[in-house]
Ligand binder design. Structure first.
Ligand SMILES: Nc1ncnc2c1ncn2[C@@H]1O[C@H](COP(=O)(O)OP(=O)(O)OP(=O)(O)O)[C@@H](O)[C@H]1O
Ligand SMILES: [Mg+2]
Length: 1008
């Protein structure tokens, strides 16, 4: 409830106890009104729930709402019927004390709806097993059945309960509903035969007629028209807009199945038979009454399972026993109609009781061997009602309500007193106006009296009472039930009849013979032998009420006080006069005054401390000492004045609501700072836990990954060790024949050799590198090497151009001729041979070199060895010496005897010409800078490869006419060609000429 005090929820006060002006009825009603306008239909007076009928469906009974109220402290949530239900349930479970919930209020105030809501709440929130589910279903389904048979449309309520109902719900030790028991109180049987204008008979009749299948109606001899039945036409109200008889019929049939009902046929026969009974018409003369509608009797005989003739006689005669003799005395018309109606009422009334018993049987807790169940009782009695003319029924109904009201006042007063005593607080009771005593039961005593004598008796007994006035002329009594209440006009006409509730003996006898299973049980033969006069209805009712009071007194009560906001069943209409009347009648102001007699607000220490501890630094966040001390510290800190509160043994009592409101305001302000702190704390906590989660996840992943890595490493190490071991073993056994011990090693050696070879194959033909093979592969290696070389050579050859081939052939010849024979041969190797070495000045000669070869040379005269520049032209047949364009000398190859050259690194060479050729003037001494190339070409052109002489020291040559010349070759530091003193040609050849790499050579190498 404290939460209700927050500004957000505050529409009026949620507990009347907190009303500042608690004695003002206007303030009380204003609070009700404010809340009602906001659809807040529930308000507390302490622990009593006041409920105003909204006359519309509010979204406050959902499963979510049920969840919200489940197990929550009564005061922590806004007022609701579920809070009362939950509170009773929890008290029952924790204190193991039986509970009861008393629902009261006038007709149409919402009692039955409230009891259904409570039942639904238990069905939803209580633990359930499969067996319990069946009981839950049956408990819920008992309502539509009982409402169909026991409720009717009245002027006050379209679904008015015309019987009282007290239902016990039994719970086992686990708190699951395991059974139930219903006690019904005084059904308004007179409704079966008569209804006031605008009212209806019990719903079941209309449901059967509207909803029953064609076949069924035919079998029952019924028509689908309620206007056909005398018992349904009195109120002239066959249809009600708020009721759908057809769908209700289906619901009732379904409910009967759930309850485990298998006497459908019999039950329907009875309902139909009542309708037929109503249509039984009497005719004939006075003293000789007969039934004019034969067909009705036929149907009745079949439906009731009795003999038609016997029934007819019983409906028209009365059995009189005179002097031990049985006589049949004919009835007059009025008596016969009464007898018929009495039978209808008896049949219907007893069937209703039978139905309740049947439901009880289906709700019986089977395992009640130890009776160890607890009970919550739900009392939904017919509501107080005031009509224009109030009859016996209203008298009984209102009597019952009076009794309950007395009980309520007694119990609330008692509990209030008890609480103060228990808490050790002095009790100063409020002067409390009592309820006037009810009419003495004397007036209901059976006797030989008429309604008039009864009225006189009433006058004799309570005539002196201030609220009792007799109006004899119209046979009425004005009887005020509650002071200041509007008068209840009771008309005692047919009081005695109704009270006696007599059924003629012969009718009883007929019914005892019924073959209808239900009626057979309803009309007991033993009843016939019982000569005692049956108890009057009022006496029975009074006795059953007394029993009910006993039952209720033995239980812990909770109260729901229902209020009806208007008489027109309209949503949103708040009829203040009507409500004031009910507030008075229900004694709500008295209730509030009793509750507020001392202290407006009381709470157990722990609850109070828990709620407000944040307002005092000493009690926040937790109070370690005794609760009472904690509360004392807290209220001291809050500045409560001594007269504002009292501390009991386990509760604090606060006198004025304003004190509590101030505290609540302080809490509201404090909540903001607390909320910020809580938020921060929570955020920190959630971030921390998020981080922790991440961290543990990361650690888990790391560990997992490390594990994988370690396992992999271990496996690799194992494999490596295995390999090494195999290797070592293989190495040890390497010289043996191939065997398991060494095969791996040998294979590996081979494999690794081949792999090494694969990676290091010679790149070109000049590359002679080759890995050393293991012994086992020596032969294969050799094969491979050769293959590789062949392959390289082959691919080299494939790529070679004709020019290059020609070049290489020339180079080969040069090699054969000069390699290791002439010193400057190595320098010539890298230099490519070209077709001409003439400069561009010799353009013509250059042109000729496509077929021939042209080379600049120095010619030395034969006599003075004078050096003269010349060009040597090698044609197909001769070597031609040219001086610029002048042909100086032609040497046919046929005349060429040989060619001499020194072994040193000079460029001199001699062409030996045959002396036979007269055209020649002797041998020719020439010098070329490209001596190797020139000589090779001359040798090739002239085909004189074998005629090249490489001389050491000197060359002798023919000068002509038999004379000889000598060329001396000496090594020196500078190339020098000169005529020596001895007449020889002296040639100083260069020593150790540096190797020069030329482009041609590198190209050559690359090509290889
Ligand atoms: N909580 C509620 N929400 C919506 N409608 C309600 C509620 N309570 C009652 N009503 C409406 O009011 C009508 C009368 O209610 P209900 O039958 O419970 O009255 P009652 O107190 O049992 O009357 P009686 O004494 O005649 O049996 C219901 O049929 C329903 O239409
Ligand atoms: Mg009701």
């Amino acid at each position: 409830m404290e939460s209700a005090l927050t500004a957000r929820d505050r529409v009026g006060v949620q507990d009347f106890v907190l009303l500042e002006n608690f004695t003002s009825e206007a303030a009380f009603i204003e609070n009700l009104r404010k809340r009602f306008k906001e659809n807040l239909i529930y308000t507390y007076i302490g622990s009593v729930l006041v409920s105003v009928n909204p006359y519309k469906d509010l979204e406050i009974y959902t499963k979510n709402h049920m969840e919200r109220y489940r197990g929550v402290n009564f005061y922590e949530v806004s007022p609701h019927i579920y809070a009362v239900a939950d509170n009773s349930y929890r008290s029952m479970r924790t204190e193991r004390k039986d509970q009861c919930i008393l629902i009261s209020g006038e007709s149409g105030a919402g009692k039955t709806e409230a009891s259904k809501k409570i039942l639904q709440y238990y069905a939803f929130t209580c633990p359930a097993s499969e067996q319990v589910q069946t009981i839950k279903d049956r408990l819920l389904q008992s309502n539509p059945v009982l409402e169909a048979f026991g409720n009717a449309k009245t002027l006050r309520n379209d679904n008015s309960s015309r019987f009282g109902k007290y239902m016990d719900i039994q719970f086992d030790f686990k708190g699951a509903p395991v059974g139930g028991h219903i006690i019904n109180y005084l059904l308004e049987k007179s409704r079966v035969v008569h209804q006031n204008h605008g009212e209806r008979n019990f719903h079941i009749f209309y449901q059967l007629i509207e909803g029953g299948e064609e076949d069924l109606l035919r079998a029952l001899g019924l028509e689908r028209n309620p206007q056909q039945y005398q018992y349904l036409v009195k109120g002239n109200c066959p249809k009600v807009s708020s009721i759908n008889d057809r769908s209700d019929w289906k619901m009732v049939r379904k409910a009967l199945t759930v309850i485990g009902f298998n006497e459908d046929e019999e039950l329907l026969n009875i309902i139909a038979s009542v309708l037929h009974l109503g249509n039984v018409q009497y005719g004939g003369e006075e003293g000789n009454v007969c039934i004019t509608s034969d067909t009705q009797i036929k149907y009745l005989a079949r439906l009731l399972g009795v003999n038609g003739a016997v029934l007819t006689e019983a409906l028209t005669h009365k059995k009189i026993i005179a002097k031990g003799e049985e006589l049949m005395s004919p009835l007059n018309l009025e008596q016969a109609s009464s007898a018929r109606d009495a039978l209808s009422k008896a049949v219907y009334g007893r069937t209703f009781t039978w139905l309740v018993n049947k439901i009880n049987a289906s709700l019986t807790y089977t395992d009640d061997s130890h009776k160890n169940y607890s009970v919550i009782g739900l009392l939904d009695i017919y509501g107080f009602e005031v009509f224009q003319h109030n009859s016996f029924e209203q008298f009984c109904i209102n009597y019952c309500n009076e009794k309950l009201q007395q009980l309520f006042i007694e119990l609330t007063l008692k509990s209030e007193q008890e609480e103060y005593e228990a808490e050790g607080i002095t009790w100063e009771p409020e002067k409390f106006k009592g309820i006037i005593s009810i009419l003495d039961e004397e007036c209901l005593r059976p006797g030989d009296a008429s309604d008039l004598t009864f009225l006189e008796k009433l006058e004799d007994t309570v005539g002196g009472h201030a609220h009792f006035v007799t109006l004899k002329y119209c046979l009425a009594v004005d009887w005020l039930v509650v002071p200041d209440c509007k008068p209840l006009n009771i008309c005692p006409v047919r009081f005695l009849d109704k009270n006696n509730d007599l059924l003629f003996r012969n009718l009883k006898e007929v019914m005892c013979m019924s073959e209808n299973k239900i009626l057979n049980q309803c009309f007991d033969r033993e009843e016939l032998s019982d000569k005692k006069r049956p108890e009057t209805a009022a006496t029975q009712f009074k006795a059953s009420l007394a029993k009910l009071m006993e039952i209720l007194m033995s239980k812990e009560p909770s109260y729901i006080r229902c209020i009806k906001p208007n008489d027109s069943k309209q949503a949103g209409r708040f009829d203040e006069v009507l409500i004031r009347h009910q507030v008075k009648y229900l004694g709500l102001m008295e209730n509030l005054r009793v509750r507020r007699a001392g202290f407006a607000y009381r709470r157990r220490y722990e609850v109070f401390l828990q709620r407000y501890k944040s307002l005092c630094p000493d009690t926040w966040p937790n109070w370690q000492g005794k609760l009472a001390d904690g509360v004392a510290t807290l209220v001291k800190h809050l500045g409560y004045k001594p007269e504002e509160y009292k501390l009991g043994r386990s509760k604090i009592f606060i006198r004025f609501p304003k004190t509590l409101f101030a505290t609540e305001e302080a809490l509201e302000t404090r909540k903001h700072s607390l909320a910020t702190k809580l938020q921060a704390g929570w955020r920190g906590y959630s971030q921390k836990s998020k981080y922790q989660k991440l961290r543990t996840s990361a650690i888990a992943i790391q560990a997992w990954w490390r594990g994988i890595l370690a396992r992999r490493r271990a496996q690799r190490r194992r494999q490596a060790a295995d390999t090494i071991r195999r290797f070592i073993k293989g190495f040890i056994y390497r010289h043996r024949e191939r065997c398991p011990e060494n095969e791996y090693f040998l294979d590996y050696v081979r494999y690794s050799f081949l792999m090494k070879l694969h990676r290091n194959l010679p790149k070109n033909v000049l590359d002679k590198s080759w890995p050393t093979p293991p012994a086992a592969l020596a032969e294969a290696s050799e094969h491979l090497r050769k293959l590789c070389m062949q392959n390289m050579v082959w691919s080299y050859c494939k790529k070679i151009s004709p020019e290059w081939k020609h070049q290489m052939e020339q180079k080969m010849i040069a090699s054969e001729l000069f390699k290791d024979k002439k010193d400057n041969y190595p320098q010539s190797v890298p230099k490519l041979f070209v077709s001409t070495r003439l400069s561009t000045t010799f353009f013509l000669l250059q042109q000729m070199s496509c077929e021939t070869c042209t080379v600049p040379v120095t010619k030395y005269d034969r006599k003075g060895y004078k050096a003269r520049p010349r060009q040597l032209l090698l044609t197909a047949n001769s070597a031609v010496i040219i001086e610029e364009t002048k042909l100086k000398q032609r040497i046919d190859y046929g005349a060429l005897k040989g060619i001499s050259v020194s072994s040193l690194s000079d460029g001199l060479f001699v062409l030996h010409v045959s002396s036979d050729d007269n055209k020649q003037k002797g041998d020719v001494v020439l010098q070329s800078d490209h001596v190797i190339e020139t000589l090779t070409k001359i040798a090739i052109c002239s085909d004189k490869i074998n005629s090249i002489n490489i001389n050491q020291g000197s060359i002798t040559f023919t000068v002509g006419q038999g004379k000889e010349g000598i060329i001396d070759f000496t090594p020196g530091s500078e190339l020098l060609v000169a005529k020596a003193k001895n007449g020889h040609l002296s040639v100083v050849s260069l020593l150790n000429l540096p190797h020069s790499q030329s482009d041609g050579f590198s190209k050559l190498k690359a090509e290889m």
